[in-house]
Structure formats: structure tokens, C-alpha cells
Design a protein around this ligand. Structure first.
Ligand code: MRU
Length: 339
């Protein structure tokens, strides 16, 4: 369903540091990440349909932000008098790979089950969704404090996709570690992989880092190995969409980076909240989202491949846990082998 966006406003003029996703005047507001870096606009989702469309089209994206989006989505359904179980099912199916989405939804549903009246259900769901958003910031600050111990003054850190403020409510996971290290006075430079096909690295990571005056250099995904070989990368830090017993599932291209890091003796770190862990599962049990061929056939309106070419477009891949040097969570740093 194509949604007509009515609640659009520009964030220029207001502080760009508004939360990535929030609750405002009975609706969910979010920074529309599809517009970045050119258009800085905020969308207002007054219905679950609008929010579902925003999630599917990556207007809001990144595992922790999806956690809050799912949570606010259930609160929105309750506010609008919709069947919250049905809304939860629809929301969960929007993006299958990041476990944080269903984690947020289930937490809110659990609270709703304590509500005896419609009014209580509305109140409890919104309270819990707001709590999830608050927690995200606290958790990311803790991830930052732990992870910053791994970074040394002068490090150049390569990252993939966007595991920053825009993938969370604020601060970020992988980029949160970098922000905290910089706050502590360390000089850190970032190398951002552009992250084809949707370019979360070039469009979003560079945008948010430059706004915080954090030095960042953009590269094409395929240049990572060359930079590592030339000694231009000290560490790799990425986020995660799901961490199973045997793998870290994250944006497509992460697995290749982990192999390159190993080959070049570079530490490969994953920064993620505990809500990303799914230790009952293994890589084979996780659905990897496949996206439409047009993401590869077009750049914007420009056709860059034959229309009838076969396309395979997985949005995520799985990095075997043995290739991860350590995982940074709000509880500390764990050698991944000890999961
Ligand atoms: O498809 P996206 O942009 O939602 O993918 C996001 C990622 O792969 C991130 O690295 C991951 O969600 C961690 S964000 C803190």
C-alpha cells in the first residue's frame, strides 16, 4: 500500500539532535532516513499503516530503532482502538531479521496484558514504549563506555552500514563506542563503507558523524581490503541485527569484512545491546531479508543494470562467531568464543 505522507516537517531550524524516533502529540515521529543526506525531514505516523510503510521502506531502520518503532507501533494501535495483537503481527513481519523489532513488540504486549480497561492498555503500552526508548540511550552509553576501552588514541576505525545515532534512539552502538572514545579525549578517525545498495554508510553514517565533527572518510565497499593491506585501518566495529549461538547477523558485506580483518590481523568488534541476542537460535534458523531487484537495477531513477537481469539481493549476512574478536554489550566486553 502506498501511503500518502501528510505529517511531514523539516528538521532544519530545529536541533538535528532530536531523537531518531519518538512519540509526539499522539503520533510516532521519526527522522525520514530515506531523505538523507539531502533532505532532513521528520515524518509523523498517525496510523499503524503509516508506520508499517515507514519501516518497510527504511525510513526508520537499524535494529535498536526498530525495537522502539515496534513498541511505539503497538502503543499507536492501542491509542487508535485497533486490535493490538493483529497490529503486532503485521509490524513483526515488516522486517524479519533484526530480532529487536519483535523484542520491543513483545515487551509492550506483555505490559498490555496487565491492562483491564482500554484506557489502561493505552496507558501501559505507551509507558512501556517510552521506557524502551529511554533504555536504548542508557544502554548505548554503557556500550560506549565499555567499548571505548578497546580504542586507542589515534585509531582509525572502519565501520559498515549505520550503527549510529540514526540506527538507535540516540548515541549509537558501534558509533556510540567511537563517540565515547572521542568524548574521553582520544583522537579517532572513521572509515565508512558506503554499504550498497541502500548506502546507509554514505548517506547516514557520514551525515551523522560530520554533524558531530567526527572525522570520517567514505570508501566504496570493495576498497576495504586495500585500505587494510595499506595499514590504513586499526580496528573494525560494526553493529548487529541478531546474534545467535554461532553467528553475528548484520548488514550484507559484514562477513566479507570479518574475513579481511582476520587476514590482516585487525581486531573485528561487534557492538550491540543484549536485546539483539537470540542464543536459542543458530545462523540456519534466522530468516535473512531479501529485498527487491530494483535496489540493484536502479540508483534513484537512473537505470544501471538490464531490467531483465537476475538479481539476488540479501540485506544481511552471517559472520561466524570465531571471526569476531569481541562483542561489546551494556554488560561489558565478551570474547565472542565464550557466548
Ligand atoms: O537494513 P538496515 O539499515 O536496517 O540494517 C542495519 C544494520 O545492519 C545495522 O548494522 C544493525 O541494525 C545494527 S544498528 C545499531
Amino acid at each position: 500500500m502506498e501511503v500518502k505522507w501528510e505529517g511531514i516537517r523539516s528538521i532544519s531550524g530545529t536541533s538535528w539532535k532530536m531523537r531518531t524516533i519518538d512519540w509526539e502529540d499522539g503520533a510516532v515521529t521519526l527522522i525520514d532516513q530515506t531523505g538523507l543526506p539531502k533532505e532532513e525531514r521528520v515524518l509523523k505516523c498517525s496510523t499503524v499503516d503509516e508506520l508499517v510503510d515507514a519501516i518497510r521502506n527504511l525510513r526508520v531502520r537499524g535494529a535498536p530503532a526498530l525495537c522502539a518503532a515496534g513498541a511505539f507501533g503497538v502503543a499507536l494501535a492501542a491509542k487508535n482502538g485497533e486490535d493490538i495483537e493483529n497490529a503486532a503481527e503485521i509490524l513483526k513481519k515488516t522486517r524479519p531479521t533484526a530480532i529487536n523489532l519483535s523484542y520491543g513488540i513483545d515487551r509492550v504486549l506483555e505490559k498490555a496484558s496487565n491492562g483491564k480497561t482500554t484506557e489502561e492498555i493505552r496507558e501501559f503500552t505507551l509507558e512501556e514504549a517510552k521506557r524502551i526508548a529511554e533504555e536504548d540511550i542508557e544502554v548505548n552509553k554503557k556500550i560506549g563506555e565499555h567499548g571505548a576501552k578497546l580504542l586507542e588514541d589515534g585509531d582509525v576505525v572502519l565501520t559498515h552500514c549505520n550503527a549510529g545515532r540514526m540506527a538507535c534512539i540516540d548515541w549509537g552502538t558501534a558509533l556510540g563506542v567511537i563517540r565515547t572514545a572521542i568524548e574521553q579525549g582520544k583522537e579517532i578517525k572513521v572509515v565508512a563503507c558506503e554499504t550498497r545498495p541502500l548506502n546507509q554508510g554514505s548517506r547516514i553514517t557520514t551525515w551523522e558523524l560530520l554533524r558531530d565533527n567526527i572525522p570520517v572518510m567514505l570508501i566504496v565497499d570493495s576498497a576495504a581490503g586495500y585500505l587494510m593491506k595499506k595499514g590504513m585501518v586499526d580496528k573494525v566495529i560494526v553493529g548487529a541485527d541478531r546474534i545467535t549461538r554461532n553467528a553475528v547477523i548484520n548488514k550484507i558485506g559484514t562477513y566479507s569484512l570479518s574475513i579481511l580483518a582476520k587476514e590482516h590481523g585487525i581486531p573485528f568488534y561487534v557492538a550491540a545491546p543484549l536485546s539483539t541476542f537470540d542464543l536459542e537460535k543458530e545462523e540456519k534458523d534466522v530468516e535473512i531479508e531479501e529485498r527487491v531487484p530494483n535496489e540493484l537495477i536502479y540508483i534513484g531513477r537512473e537505470q544501471i543494470a538490464p531490467l531483465d537481469v537476475d538479481v539476488y539481493n540479501p540485506a544481511f549476512d552471517a559472520t561466524p562467531i570465531e571471526l569476531v574478536t569481541a562483542i561489546i554489550t551494556e554488560k561489558g566486553i565478551s570474547e565472542s568464543q565464550s557466548l
